[in-house]
Design a binder for this molecule. Structure first.
Ligand SMILES: Cc1cc2nc3c(=O)[nH]c(=O)nc-3n(C[C@H](O)[C@H](O)[C@H](O)COP(=O)(O)OP(=O)(O)OC[C@H]3O[C@@H](n4cnc5c(N)ncnc54)[C@H](O)[C@@H]3O)c2cc1C
Length: 405
């Protein structure tokens, strides 16, 4: 962020002028609204960056940003989120990779990567999870070995969202197995198109393929593509997961959003169940829960606007989003039955609503499972005693648990 980014005082007049600028920009792009293609999303971000708006609002101009304040950023998000979605696929790029490269990158890394990342010219993914290391991600086995002026990466990641269309990614790998599990890890910027990267899409229940297995075989990475200090991979991974939970759990910067309620109302209207008092009661429960989630999101965003890095409180919004998804799925099944999860080829929505119901299962897994969020809230928000850890103080190489078992 800019030095001025956290000094966010804007007069009412300045805020109104900037808000109108954002509204004018959004209103001038009707073709990019609704369910945009990846190309339209990229174009939207390129246009926004060129207009001094978009993901780069609070970032310095020398790195491709607009050099404005977090107050401007909040207004931009509020306006953007009041229009139908215009930027499919950029949650990881802009919600996580952008702040990470900005917070931890060197001046040279920021000069090289941030302008294209902000303008959507490049798409980024994140690579933590491995077949044996998901919740216990510090057990990861992907190796990074220094060979002259290059890192050589070998190993496998899994569930990597959008790896198949990404240009770059941030990956955590183990560079020193003689250190304890959470030390000896570092974060790297990887070129997803480089030789040594093999990407295999995973096929989903709804027919899509949004995430992948990623294999690294002697992938060579320039030495200076290390992000942050050597051996700080765990610290950076934790910071990135906090950004992820905020991006998922406190998505958008606007007011109260009730997307699940809106979807269920649509189901209930078309099936004639809207007059059923039990259904109405359930719909109002979802409405209340989504309103509460929006208020949590607004609080988290306000903390970020005040210059605070997102903390474990982000887990609250993330967990609540998952609870809402569970509830939505149950109610959708009750209202629309099998129609909430299956569709014909001639469905006018192409199955997009049913896909939403099917994908709702992911809400309790992606970005850390519900159980892990509850552990974080217990340990780090409520201050409850931590679970016993049998791996504390033992070099990773000597562990007999986790992926070393
Ligand atoms: C849609 C989607 C997108 C994803 N995108 C990405 C991505 O882009 N990049 C990436 O790196 N990863 C991604 N993931 C992976 C995701 O982060 C992991 O799936 C998640 O962290 C869980 O890990 P796991 O699947 O290995 O399950 P496991 O860790 O094996 O967990 C299995 C079960 O055990 C429970 N459990 C495990 N440990 C504990 C504990 N200590 N206390 C209580 N319960 C526990 C879990 O809650 C879960 O119910 C994605 C996943 C999904 C579903």
């Amino acid at each position: 962020m800019t030095d001025t980014a956290t000094t966010s005082a804007l007069t009412d007049d300045e805020a109104a002028v900037f808000r109108q600028r954002c509204i004018d920009f959004m209103e001038s792009r009707p073709e990019q609204r609704g369910a945009p293609t990846p190309e339209q999303s990229r174009q939207f971000h390129a246009d926004a960056a060129a207009a001094g708006l978009g993901a780069g609002v609070p970032y310095p101009a020398e790195y491709g940003g607009a050099g404005l304040t977090l107050a401007h950023d909040k207004i931009w998000r509020e306006v953007k989120d009041s229009f139908p979605v215009m930027e499919a696929d950029f949650v990881i790029s802009h919600g996580m990779c952008l702040p990470m490269v900005n917070d931890h990158g060197t001046h040279e890394q920021k000069l090289r990567f941030l302008p294209d990342l902000i303008s959507g010219t490049t798409l980024w993914c994140q690579m933590f999870s491995e077949p044996g290391a998901g919740s216990d991600v510090a057990s990861l086995q992907t190796k990074a070995e220094l060979d002259g002026d290059q890192w050589v990466i070998n190993g496998q990641k899994v569930w990597t969202t959008l790896a198949h269309v990404s240009d770059y990614g941030l990956a955590v790998a183990r560079n020193d197995p003689d250190q304890v599990k959470h030390a000896g890890l570092s974060m790297f910027i990887l070129d997803m198109k480089a030789p040594g990267v093999e990407i295999r899409p995973i096929h989903q229940i709804d027919g899509g393929s949004h995430f992948n297995e990623v294999f690294f075989t002697d992938l060579h990475v320039p030495k200076d593509w290390l992000l942050g200090e050597l051996n700080t991979g765990w610290k950076l991974a934790t910071a990135m997961l906090m950004y992820e939970r905020v991006a998922i759990g406190a998505g958008g910067g606007g007011g109260v959003n009730t997307p699940m309620f809106d979807l269920l109302c649509k189901y209930a209207t078309s099936s004639g169940a809207l007059d059923n008092p039990v259904v109405r009661d359930e719909l109002m429960q979802v409405y209340s829960m989504e309103t509460t989630k929006s208020l949590i999101a607004m609080r988290t965003r306000a903390e970020m606007k005040a210059g605070k890095t997102p903390g474990p409180g982000g887990s609250l919004g993330k967990l609540y989003g998952s609870v809402i998804s569970w509830k939505m799925r149950d109610i959708a099944l009750g209202i629309a039955g099998v129609g909430s999860i299956a569709w014909d080829d001639d469905n006018p929505y192409g199955g997009s609503e049913q896909s939403l119901t099917l994908r709702s299962f992911a809400a309790g897994i992606a970005g850390g499972t519900d159980e892990i969020q509850r552990n974080i809230i217990g340990d780090r928000v409520l201050g409850l005693p931590r679970e016993p850890a049998v791996d504390r103080g033992v070099p990773f190489r000597d562990l007999k648990v986790g992926t070393q078992a």
